[in-house]
Design a protein around this ligand. Sequence first.
Ligand code: ZN
Length: 187
Amino acid sequence: MGGASTAHGMDRRPPNGYVGVTSGALMSAIVDGKVVLFHYTLTNDAGETLDSSSGGDPMPYLHGAQNIVPGLERQMTGKEVGAKFRATVPPEEGYGVRDGDPQEVPRSAFPADMEMAAGMQFLATDDGGEQVPVWIAKVSGDSVWVDQNHPLSDVTLHFDVEVVAIRDGTAEEVTHGHPHMPGHHHH
Ligand code: ZN
């Protein structure tokens, strides 16, 4: 390369205080405070599909706000629009390691008009007065088995991810800790 090429290169250098092409691309990567839209298919070790966004809208979340399981959020960090990758997440970074068995509770402990079915999630109040999520593991006769473990606890999660869009979260979204999407109920 001759002197002309060198001069051309110098012309392309951004003025002081401005980001260059490379830095600009890095700034569009996923970091805390970004709202990210992504498509995913979640499978288990056996390759069975547990959940998928395909055929629907991409999933929105606010990065750094623990909207998604920690192991997936960690592996989303630094990715850019168009990135396609597989994130394998062990239970410790996913829905947890099973701790304790479902507990049998009389059906009469719940409001009579409350629908009860396996897989349903609701909030219960623990001994310390904290609200904790619990799941119905089984309904049988006059008994309901309530499980503090997420149905996907102990499961190694395989997410096939495509990053669809990345934008800055608004101040309100960052304060609330979740994205606000058009057409969705504001809270
Ligand atoms: Zn909100």
